[in-house]
Design a protein around this ligand. Sequence first.
Ligand code: GBH
Length: 529
Amino acid sequence: MPKQKRVAAKNKASAKKTKPPKLGGAGKASQKLTFPKDFKWGCATASYQIEGAWDLDGKGPSIWDTFAHTPGNVVDGDNGDVVCDHYHRMVDDVKLMADLGMKNYRFSLSWPRMFPTGDVKNVNKKGVDFYDRLIDELLKNGIEPLATLYHWDLPQALQDKYGGMLSKEFVKDFTNYSEKCFEFFGDRVKRWITFNEPSCICVLGFGLGMHAPGRANNPGTEVYLSSHHLLLAHAYSVDKYRKKFQKKQKGVIGITLNAEWWEPVSTHADDINASLRAMNFTLDFYAEPIWGGKGEYPKTMRDAAGSRLPAFSEKEKKLIDGSSDFFGLNHYSTRAAGRPSATTALQCLPREIRSLWSGMGSAGKFLNAIKPMVNPFAASYFKDMDISPYPDPAGTEYTTMRWAIAPRGFRSLLNYIHNKYHPVGGIIITENGLASQEDTKEVMEADKVSTRIPFFKGYLKEMHNAINVDGCDVRGYYAWSFMDNFEWSFGNSKRFGLVRVDYETLERTPKPVAHWYKGVMDDNTLVID
Ligand code: GBH
């Protein structure tokens, strides 16, 4: 049998053997896991993924409009032109949120909707008005807003003008933009996030070219340069808030980082070091400057990248050190890491191909994206990291993104962050969730037996363990996402919502998981039966 077929047959056989994880058994008393008092429960979305109205009422184009409008970048040629049309359905959406028991809602502000050219001197009144109405509507419905200033939709004008985040000019423009937002909305918004997921922005946008602005040309420098400017923009913006607004507005401001948990594939020191390097290059890259106490990048990264990784000046170090009132964390999955090995990297290729390729739209794009990972000659962020992914343990289950379902990894990650950084203000989970296939009404009705509710049960249970057993300071949880939406380069093909969106009729239908989640939020308690 050719090797490929053998592997496929083996996968099929092992898929048959593995049953869905049992969370307790019949006859066992159900377990009630209560969360800390004042725990913040809610859900999250982002502007480009739900709003639509991409060119209405004076909005300027963002780099995601440009990226999605370029053929070959997004699966099925999908884009955010209309998606959920939240821009026109906002009042009903907020009402539905309230009906589903949401007390907290994380959304993002679209910079080019309010400032079409990116420049704060040129304000689009109608764009500001939309967010004014959204915030008022939320408060009217007893929902506390958490606003993200940047969830990936940079004004295209700033990309054109100076290369966006590749230029230090970005720092000033972002700080000015954020200042306007504090001014406009800070009387009502008491929780702010500067950037959503620096690692995705810079690694996918400037390393793999899989996200806007779609660059993969110089992954050995541009990932670092864009990250550096992003962190500076974050620090200056927080400084602005603290000095000019915080006392009066009495809010908090922080940043959201994304991280997988990288589990060492063996107890061999080389593998343990490799898994730590993976944590350094993904999470600590952005966490250490902010919470590490010195305003510096991880030593492993400085050693590996040398002068390609810019250094902070003494003044900048002071500014960035401690520049977050809480630790925002987005978490989705766990992976195995070990010492570099061409063999295991190849073994993992089927998984990378499935998840990466289906997100790349075209073969040419995909090849372009894996070049920086596999080219042994060119300097790259990936080469600097110097690890290999290893295959997941047999029997691992996956979401439809091909991300492993591994709740224990969530607990490990929370412990890692808590023990390494002890963040003031605690950790807030600003995203966690899954895509699962729900293309038909029948499948949706069967959600109780699909992966969705068990996924949340598993992850919430491990979060509870991290809090109650391990003593981690976790203060909130926002499920991703309120409704199905535009999943970036995967387009509308992946459904992350608690609420189903029919993209033909734009009808919203809460999935069974939404009703289940309401129970958890209402009682501040997770029941495992
Ligand atoms: C977030 O990013 C975004 O903030 C949000 O907009 C998006 O819709 C949502 O998540 C869902 O994707 O193949 O096992 O190595 C997600 C960040 C980075 C999480 C890559 C999963 C790969 C997992 N993702 N990561 S794995």
